[in-house]
Write a protein that binds this ligand. Sequence first.
Ligand code: 13P
Length: 253
Amino acid sequence: MTLSSTTPRPLIAGNWKMNGLSAALDEARAVAAGLDGRPAGARVAIFPPATLLHRLAQAVEGSFVLTGGQDCHGEASGAHTGDTSAEMIADAGGTLVIVGHSERRTDHGETCQMVAGKAQAAIAAGLEPIICVGESLAQREAGEAVSFVINQLHNSLPLSLKGQAFNIAYEPLWAIGTGHVASVDNIVEMHAAIRAELISLFGEQGETIQILYGGSVKPENAREILAAPNVGGALVGGASLKAKDFLAIVEAA
Ligand code: 13P
């Protein structure tokens, strides 16, 4: 991606999902070491499972690696067994949080309204949210991909995001963990539609909000995807688990 003084640096985000025990901290240390001393062309963030967040944040402290949570609750505290609040993520050392990932929407029945509440809670705790949207294969095959995603986006964004730092991730469900990456044409079309919606909702701010692509991003396809118009980074699952692959994607940004 070509950078100008007004273009924010792309964000390369590694979502470890439900992977990673203590030994995986070495991969995070290797990412930090790989970025050491280099003026990074991209911002780099790792989203480990909640159990590792505090230790991982400590392990990469002082490096270019940012850390964050994979989800947060919409409430600040209370009787919500098993959940993590945005403030807890910040307290553990995270500065970002993913909300509305399709695996949360599908596995946990999260609605757009809940996702908007999570994004709002993230902002209130001083975190930078990455709000995820994406269509199913059936929706794409029915020609409804763009209308579905824009409606989902519209309903997942609280207007309190105005003036705040946040990112969008477009992750088509059929491209997640499947090895079937979306075509550059599909990505360009969707990111342009998302950009137009962001400008319509947030005015000038909407021009610079980073729109990440996610879904089978690998070292081999990252350069082409990241060079596409309106692609402001990548949300990487499987290929973020090994420092070597993740660093190769950072290198492509
Ligand atoms: P994969 O990169 O494994 O396809 O996962 C994408 C994703 O869901 C990142 O949040």
